[in-house]
Each structure stands twice: as C-alpha cells, then as structure tokens.
Design a protein around this ligand. Sequence first.
Ligand code: C5P
Length: 300
Amino acid sequence: MSSVTVRVPAKVNVQLSVGPLRDDGYHDLVNVFHAVSIFDEVEARESELVKVGVEGEWADQVPLDDGNLAIQAARALAKHAGRGYGVELVIRKAIPVAGGMAGGSADAAGALVACNELWGLGLPPEDLMEIAADLGSDVPFSLLGGTAVGTGRGEQLTGLETNGTFHWVFAIADGGLSTAKVYAECDRLREATGEAVGWPQVSEPLLTALRTGDAHALGAVLTNDLQPAALMLRRSLARTLETGRELGALGAIVSGSGPTCAFLAADAGHARDLAISLTASAVCHTAAPTTGPAPGAHLI
Ligand code: C5P
C-alpha cells in the first residue's frame, strides 16, 4: 500500500462547562462534543522521512514544522510501535484553523488512523485513543465522532445516542483565537468578578433534546462557559451572534474557544437561508450550512 486517505470531522460543543483550574494548567470539563460534516482529509504516503504538506483555503495558516499536530501524531505512533517509520502527510483543509472546531485535533486523529493503516500496525481503537489523549484534549473525540460527553480535560469520552439530523450554520471569522489564551481570559474574568466556579454537571435537558432530536429544545439550552472570554478577546463576535438570532436561529453560540460562531437551524432550508443571510450581512468571513452528527476519523 503506497497511500491511504482518512476523513475527519470538525466539532461544535453543545455544552462546554468549565470547572476550576487544575494544578496541571488544565480545567476539568463537562464537554458535550458533536461532530459536524465539515471534513479535513489526511493522506499518508510512503516516505523515508516524516513530513507534511497542507492544501486548501486555510493552508497558509498551518505550521509545517514540529508544531503541526499531525506530525506529532505520526511521531507518537511510530514511537508507540517502536520503529522509526517515515510518512508524507498531505492535509486538505476545510476546517478553519484556530477556529474552535478542533481542526488541528482532526488532523492529528486523521494522521493516527492513516499511519496505523499505511504502516500495517493494526493497533486497536483503544490504543489510538490513548495516544490521541496525550496529543490534545480534543483528539480522542476526533477519532470517535458522533456525539459524546467528555470529562476530565475533555479526553474521557462516553458516546451519546441522538435521534435524526441537526442542521447547523457555522460563521467563520477572519483569523483565529488561541485556545490557551481563551481559557486564560476565562480564568481572569472569573477572578475579576469573583464568580464561584462549581463542579461542572451535564445538562439533563440537553441530553433529552439530543436523544429526541428536538432542535428547538437543543437551541434553547446550548451553553459555552468560554463564550464571555472569546467575546472579550474578539468584540465583533457579539454582533455575529446577535445577527444570527435576529435571522431566526434556534440557538447561537461561540464554537468552543471561538472565533467560529455556531447557529442551530430548524431544517436544511432554514440553514441554507441563514447561511446566505449571514454571509450577506458581512458579520463573518463566510457562513456555511452543515449537519451533525458526523462520523469520526475514517478511511476513504
Ligand atoms: O489539550 P490541548 O493542547 O488542546 O489544550 C490547549 C490549551 O487549552 C491548554 O494548554 C490549556 O491552556 C487549555 N485547556 C484547558 N483545559 C482543558 C483543555 C484545554 O485549560 N480541559
């Protein structure tokens, strides 16, 4: 086999509840992940060395050195296998970079699945999950896909049953936000306001809305504790969210650490109309309709 290709979805967090800062610099979370049908492709080709190339609209924003999470994933997998394997990774990006949609994590998950296949390692999903968790808090979910509750720093996953298809619109911003900086701003705001930070709990109404496929109910209970911090670092997002609400979105939320904004629509037609109106209103770089849940990293 000289080349394999893997597709990996973006995610939105339908609930992101952030607990207190831990000693290791992370926060305990209740993080309800939902994979959506915006996919990066990661192709792994035979090569002596480990190297990466990136194609697509966001390619110029992706590092090509060891800061690239897909490179780190390939190296971690080779180390786990105990051999100095090489690979040429080609990433075709559709997920915005530093957009709060786990684009870097998706590429890492894609590299794990692709290299496992290319190198004929045959490692089971549990082993890939373990390596994924060391690479980043969101990487295990990029492998799993669907809808799942993440606890710990987000890496301990329990899959959730959902019913039907949810229709989303993602308003992509110009330029990204650093996840670490958004968490730090969240801590700063909490300290400044003296907000009591409790232990995060999963929302029962949210689980019911997901289980029954009720988009109106889900739209009403979307929450993201990182949203005030993202709005503080990128003031223009308040207007983006407000515009989506005025256009009839069932729910409007910053996606993860932002700056992408997620809008829940009633059906495919509503999502298409919302995306056209958001793009025309110039409150974002571009807005695209999509659906969830989507499958996790898979060979194509
Ligand atoms: O795990 P990952 O490398 O994706 O996390 C990026 C940054 O986000 C961390 O360095 C940390 O600052 C912040 N983070 C956090 N708590 C989490 C997940 C991420 O504070 N549960």
